[in-house]
Design a protein around this ligand. Structure first.
Ligand SMILES: NC(=O)c1ccc[n+]([C@@H]2O[C@H](COP(=O)([O-])OP(=O)(O)OC[C@H]3O[C@@H](n4cnc5c(N)ncnc54)[C@H](OP(=O)(O)O)[C@@H]3O)[C@@H](O)[C@H]2O)c1
Length: 233
């Protein structure tokens, strides 16, 4: 990766933090954003002097717009912020819960991408982080499929509309991060075991796919599955 400034929304833990670590190892400067100030301080401390960051809740779209203007210019935007809400069987799911899921992921990613546009390098990139649930057809995940599928379906259109800016997504399967902390351990093991590779992925394995999408200047409009083959099941 050539020297650049990479903004990682949701860069204080898990996949986003691993992406920041890899970017810094490749001489980039990073801005990481998360809500929790203590997590942010720990991340910046671990990442070292090439990292800066701010604690902002990305559901506050005005705050993200103002933050991007403060830290501009930048070359690449990676959007790893998550919600986790939106799972449940179709008859039983609370529509408000699903709405919160859209607010926390779809609208966060949509607004962040739009707010970044005036500040991104023309030959830079946006990388969305979606999820394998978009296409798995797993009963009980139609809400997650809708949230992540909506983001994935924007990618090819935005890649044409915003060129020469490049627009891609990484679609992870089961990855060992704090995202699973409030879910039953058995669910993590069962889901991870369904992938042909038979295990959960590591944040660094997703980060290396994001690094590829950022640094390869001839790749755009791609949704890259990083899921141990889970999408084949
Ligand atoms: N782990 C998996 O198995 C898996 C599978 C498929 C897709 N994904 C997707 O991968 C992405 C990264 O998740 P992860 O597994 O790395 O989880 P994670 O470790 O919980 O990381 C999420 C990051 O986003 C930040 N964040 C969350 N909500 C935010 C908000 N409203 N505003 C600002 N920052 C926010 C978190 O910091 P704060 O908590 O301090 O805000 C943290 O830095 C998510 O989009 C998730 O849906 C994960």
């Amino acid at each position: 990766m050539i020297a650049s400034h990479i903004v990682i929304l949701g860069g204080t833990s898990g996949i986003g933090l691993a992406t920041a670590e890899l970017a810094i190892a490749n001489q980039a400067r990073v801005t990481v954003i998360g809500r929790d100030p203590a997590k942010l301080d720990a991340a910046i401390g671990a990442l070292g002097p090439r990292a800066q960051g701010e604690a902002v809740d990305a559901t506050d779209h005005d705050a993200i717009t103002a933050l991007f203007a403060r830290i501009a210019p930048f070359d690449h935007l990676v959007i790893a912020a998550s919600g986790g809400a939106g799972a449940g069987s179709f008859p039983a799911i609370d529509p408000e819960g699903l709405r919160r899921g859209f607010e926390a992921k779809f609208w966060v990613q949509w607004h962040a991408a739009r707010a970044a546009l005036p500040h991104l390098a023309t030959d830079g990139s946006i990388t969305f982080i979606t999820a394998a649930s978009s296409r798995l057809a797993n009963p009980g995940t139609s809400g997650l499929a809708a949230i992540n599928g909506a983001i994935e379906r924007m990618v090819p259109t935005l890649a044409r509309e915003l060129a020469p800016l490049r627009v891609n997504a990484v679609s992870p399967g089961v990855i060992e991060t704090g995202w699973w902390a409030d879910k039953p351990a058995a669910m993590f093991d069962t889901q991870a075991g369904k992938a042909p590779l038979g295990r959960a992925g590591q944040p660094a394995e997703v980060a290396s796919a994001i690094h590829f999408l950022i640094s390869n200047r001839f790749v755009t409009g791609v949704v890259l599955d990083v899921d141990g083959g889970l999408h084949l099941t």
